[in-house]
Design a protein around this ligand. Sequence first.
Ligand code: IPE
Ligand code: IPE
Ligand code: MG
Length: 229
Amino acid sequence: MNTLNHLAIIMDGNGRWAKQKGKMRTQGHRQGIHTVREITKWCAKNNLSHLTLYAFSTENWNRPKAEVDFLMKLLEKYLLQEKKTYQENNIQFRAIGNIEAFNSPLKNLIQNLQEDTQHNNALTQILALNYGSRDEIKRAFEKIIQTNTYQTNTNLSQLIEDNLDTKGIPDVDLLIRTGGEMRLSNFLLWQASYAELFFTPTLWPDFTPEELQKIIHDFKSRTRRFGSL
Ligand code: IPE
Ligand code: IPE
Ligand code: MG
């Protein structure tokens, strides 16, 4: 039986969920917050160590300005109002992605929530914000070049990992994408090299802990070979 330490989810399908109901796309994002809360709490209660959620990609800036603005405001609201969820459930918050691109109030909220929850140890919930794998790897190389660490370091693989945003976080064991698309959309390309993949047509606002439990059950019975026999 496989152990599940790190679960990563591409939370997709908010817009389509709203469209199906004759609502604005933004209503889908708002509804998606409820799923984030339920799934995160479930993971904390069920002893997972890390949960990474793809919330905003480096490519999502290409959406209409009104939707991007809405998502930024929603994120701000989420970080403020969910603080109690993190504290009550002993959940640590961490962000990955290029946070520098956000406005100062948002950057401060991210920083503060990371600090306020740093001693919580039931689950680490990682939000991927302005995240793109290629951008993350590019930034890692910039850091390595700037600090000149590659000249003295013999373990290059470790050096790369140490300069990724996910430093210290174990590799992804299971990667789920909701919303029916079967692609990775620039998510955790390095970290999910040997992750088990699962694609579900369920739209993110409709995704439940019950469905997650079924997927984990399937994951546990799979054979992970890591290139060996
Ligand atoms: C995922 O839902 C959330 C974000 C990318 C912010 P979408 O907004 O991509 O929803 P669909 O894929 O258009 O239905
Ligand atoms: C991936 O969803 C990004 C997030 C879930 C945050 P997208 O909806 O942006 O991905 P594509 O454009 O369908 O590949
Ligand atoms: Mg989408």
